[in-house]
Design a protein around this ligand. Structure first.
Ligand SMILES: [Zn+2]
Ligand SMILES: [Zn+2]
Length: 287
């Protein structure tokens, strides 16, 4: 292979399958089709909820990446295509500031023609993820406003987070009022469990994060390995230890990013553009 050959030759003119009944193609298709030259085939007739739901009726199989692999593989099985995509999100507390919410979105690509697995990622606090136990309309309305309702939908049920009488996709004030009356009537405790609906088609913030993960994936697909030319030369690790500008000792800041090829094993360390770290993050100068 020669370096002059564009890396998108691996993908151009191919078809990739995405199983989604939650409109995720709206987030993935624009960057994916325009920049890789692939066509996205959407299958909305397969119930991806059997691989886990955010509202806990079905537990997700294994890790976030495992779940994405199962979905991508299923789409490839159903269509016979050798290129499969899947998107999988997780929500939880911020890794450093536990009272803030956190969202991690993966968009995975499996390519059986060239034996490649790549994933793009978004990780950050841009999410409305949250819940509240409410006893009446004022509390419900306050939570709804804080969650970006009605542009973002809500889920409601009586009493607690596992009650089977679940109402999803509540997206208007009238529906919320009606659902709240029903949930409080059915409740044993006089409270209702209200939470954000994290399904992509009713959560524009999550949709934007899936789009960012898809763009990250496309960047990786179009980054050729300098040694073997295969797609997917991508950051795999960050190495800390950027030297302090005063004393020169290593600090917890990132000093370089390691890129690696999953195919041939070639790797490269790219130093960050800063040469030194400010002394206020230095464990010696500012213990
Ligand atoms: Zn120092
Ligand atoms: Zn390589």
């Amino acid at each position: 292979m020669t370096a002059a050959e564009p890396v998108d030759r691996f993908f151009r003119g191919r078809r990739a399958v995405l199983l989604t009944k939650h409109g995720k193609e709206r987030a993935i298709r624009p960057a994916f089709e325009a920049r890789t030259g692939c066509e996205l085939l959407v299958r909305a007739d397969f119930d991806t909820d059997r691989f886990g739901t955010f509202t806990r009726e079905v537990a997700r199989p294994g890790s976030q990446l495992d779940a994405a692999r199962i979905k991508a593989r299923k789409g490839m099985e159903l269509t016979g295509l050798d290129l499969g995509l899947a998107s999988e999100g997780t929500f939880g507390p911020h890794p450093a500031i536990p009272f803030l919410p956190w969202n991690c979105e993966l968009v995975l690509l499996l390519d059986d023609r060239i034996g490649l697995e790549l994933h793009g990622e978004y990780a950050g606090e841009n999410t409305n993820y949250g819940h509240a136990l409410v006893a009446g309309w004022d509390e419900a309305a306050e939570f709804a406003r804080s969650a970006g309702f009605p542009a973002h939908a809500l889920v409601l049920r009586p009493d607690h987070d596992a009650h089977p009488a679940i109402e999803k996709g509540i997206a208007s004030w009238d529906c919320l009022r009606e659902a709240l009356t029903a949930a409080l009537t059915a409740s044993a405790t006089g409270r209702a469990f209200l939470e954000t609906d994290m399904r992509a088609h009713v959560n524009p913030t999550r949709m934007a994060n899936i789009r960012a993960a898809a763009e990250d994936l496309v960047r990786k697909m179009l980054s050729p390995c300098p040694a073997c030319g295969q797609p997917g030369f991508a950051p795999v690790r960050r190495v800390t230890g950027l030297p302090c500008e005063l004393c020169g000792e290593p600090t917890p800041l990132v000093a370089c990013v390691v890129y690696a090829c999953s195919k041939c094993g070639f790797s490269r360390e790219d130093p960050v553009k800063e040469r030194t770290a400010p002394p206020d993050v230095c464990p010696c100068c500012n213990p």
